[in-house]
Design a protein around this ligand. Structure first.
Ligand code: FAD
Length: 560
């Protein structure tokens, strides 16, 4: 127990609850101060279990929004004191949105559950003593421990580098600082390109934007650049610059936006090509030099690989995610963790290998050990077998597939061309699938299943589930927790759809099978979805103002 000094006369904002002041005792494995009470802890909160949430992104915010306000003494620890609306981050790189429009102070969100906030970086978890080692991030390097009863790890991920030589020359797009740096670099390069002393070759290089990675982030950044070139650059800068600008996307797969339906990827490629954006597919970046990206054509002879190069003024690296140092450290401590890039959890989002089940992980830093759909075979089969004759006709099989797609969205990509699938597993060619044939099919699907995608949608749904789950198990002992957990059930993901901005239009696919492929209306739909997903009315208002300002005055082109 820590030394707690009651300040008898101190009152909270409502002049009611006595406050506590802290003089943390030193202890733990590293002899650091142990902060067991927040500065603004009320006496009442000390009786509640301590819930520590690491991170202030999609996962953490969704937990905070769904947690019962009275069940825990909540402390949020994050490197940033704000929530960042990442899907609109590419828009901030060219000034379509102001950076501040994408941010909401985490203190305002945590206030709903009377939560405390510490702007600090989690360094290590002491699982045995249930404490987090934390370091302040604002110049002062104070280190201290924060004890927990339950810990939620929602620290997201960092960019994967694949060990590429020269990666330090590239820019990333994950944080608000990244967007700010890109915006400054883009505008600075354009200003440099306008100098009379800049040679034509230098100008071309300064205005060459190379994007390594043709996923949603890379593609949306290219689209924003494209909008900016056509709307603002031509209005305010020498028109000749337009001729010298080039945008190149280098993608290792067959298509850009390869997680989307191929029709959407092809539409995006055609549109970009028409607008003069170069798309290099089936190419792997080999190294990045100070002024050029060298890539290898994947289909070239492995014994004599063909390399090509493209000079750049700005190079964005956007190719996937890797563990943050904190998650890596935690994963190494828990020998049971098998997954290379994330923490593995069970269906209740409890980190595997933590015996008392007190640590939860969600979002980009975690993955759920895949549910085995074979274990749900009877449920799937009986639900589809309308005439209950123990076999599935093609019609009944379609029903089973619909059910599986809804309940286990990750199976979707393995459940296409249904008639072929039906024929393939109807081994006795009876025109129906019996239970053994269905078992063979589900077994094959299980072996091909991948993990939930690292998206805001997944993190947010997991946070919603975890907030509600934690509210229901608050204060329960281990046995009652297990019992209650079984009643609540494991997390199930409901894939609503995916969207991507393509420059004054958008593409998307929705869970009811609808595909949105271009058109101005698609851009407005895209805007409305993100507008409605905002965490506060303040950011909604900011977005609306930004869109209006852009339409009336164009984007801001000043460098600050
Ligand atoms: P994050 O939202 O990344 O939050 C992690 C938090 O942890 C941050 O606040 C960080 O500061 C904090 N943190 C990190 N390390 C520590 C530490 N050691 N100690 C304390 N705090 C720490 N997804 C979609 O579904 N749709 C989209 O359109 C989309 N567009 C995207 C565009 C961009 C540019 C990017 C980068 C991502 C996009 N995503 C999109 C993916 C989505 O942003 C992530 O999947 C989502 O943010 C994951 O949520 P999270 O809570 O796991 O992590």
């Amino acid at each position: 127990m820590q030394d707690i000094v009651y300040i008898e006369d101190a009152k909270d904002a409502h002049n009611q609850v006595p406050l506590l002041a802290l003089h943390p005792k030193v202890g733990g494995q590293k002899d650091l101060p142990i902060v067991s009470h927040a500065l603004d802890n009320s006496e009442d909160e000390n009786t509640k279990p301590r819930l520590v949430i690491l991170g202030s992104g999609w996962g953490a915010v969704s937990v905070l929004k769904n947690l019962d306000a009275d069940k825990y003494n909540v402390t949020v620890i994050s490197e940033n004191n704000y929530f960042l609306f990442t899907p609109l981050l590419p828009c901030a790189t060219v000034g379509t949105h102001e950076l501040r429009s994408l941010l909401e102070p985490i203190r305002k969100i945590a206030a709903r559950v009377h939560g405390h906030f510490l702007e600090a970086r989690a360094l290590e978890v002491d699982i045995e003593n249930k404490m987090i080692e934390v370091q302040s991030v604002n110049g002062r390097q104070d280190r201290f421990y924060v004890p927990y009863d339950k810990l939620v790890v929602a620290v997201g991920a960092t960019s994967i580098t694949h060990g590429i030589e020269g990666i330090e020359h590239t820019m990333r797009l994950k944080t608000i600082q990244d967007a700010q740096q890109i915006r400054r670099k883009v505008l600075t390069n354009v200003e440099l390109a306008c100098l009379p002393t800049t040679t034509p070759e230098e100008r071309k290089k300064l205005l060459s934007f190379v994007i390594c990675g043709g996923g949603a982030t890379g593609t949306e950044f290219a689209a924003e650049l494209f909008d900016w070139m056509n709307e603002d650059l031509v209005s305010w800068f020498p028109k000749l610059l337009r001729e010298d600008i080039s945008v190149t996307i280098i993608q290792s797969r067959d298509h850009i936006l390869n997680t989307f339906d191929v029709q959407i990827s092809e539409y995006a490629e055609k549109r970009f090509e028409r607008e003069g954006i170069n798309i290099v597919t089936n190419a792997r970046v080999a190294r990045i030099e100070e002024d050029k990206v060298v890539y290898r054509l994947k289909n070239s002879d492995p014994n004599n690989p063909e390399f090509k190069e493209v000079p750049y003024g700005v190079c964005l690296w956007s190719t996937g995610i890797a563990m943050t140092p904190f998650v890596k450290n935690m994963s190494e401590k828990l020998g049971s963790q098998l997954h290379q890039r994330v923490l593995t959890t069970d269906g209740f989002l409890r980190v595997k290998g933590v015996d008392d089940g007190s640590i939860y992980a969600l979002g980009d830093c975690a993955t759920i050990g895949n549910p085995k759909i074979l274990e749900h075979m009877m449920e799937i089969f009986e639900n589809a077998d309308e005439d209950q004759d123990g076999t599935l006709t093609l019609g009944e099989f379609n029903k089973a597939v619909k059910y599986m797609r809804r309940r286990f969205p990750l199976t979707e990509r393995h459940l296409t061309k249904l008639e072929n699938l039906f024929e393939k597993y109807d081994t006795d060619q009876s025109g129906t699938l019996d239970i053994d044939e269905m078992r063979a099919m589900l077994k094959d699907i299980d072996s091909k299943m991948t993990h939930l995608p690292a998206t805001a949608q997944v993190a947010s749904q997991q946070g919603r589930y975890l907030g509600k789950y934690l509210s229901q198990i608050a204060g329960l002992d281990a046995e009652s927790t297990e019992h209650k957990s079984r009643q609540i059930g494991t997390f199930t993901y409901n894939h609503l759809g995916t969207l991507a901005y393509l420059g004054n239009t958008a593409v998307g696919e929705f869970n009811w099978g609808f595909k949105m492929i271009g058109g101005l209306w698609a851009m407005y739909l895209w805007r409305s979805v993100y507008w409605s997903e905002q965490v506060s009315m303040r950011t909604r208002a900011n977005l609306s103002i930004d869109w209006t300002k852009r339409a009336v005055f164009g984007r801001d082109i000043s460098i600050v």
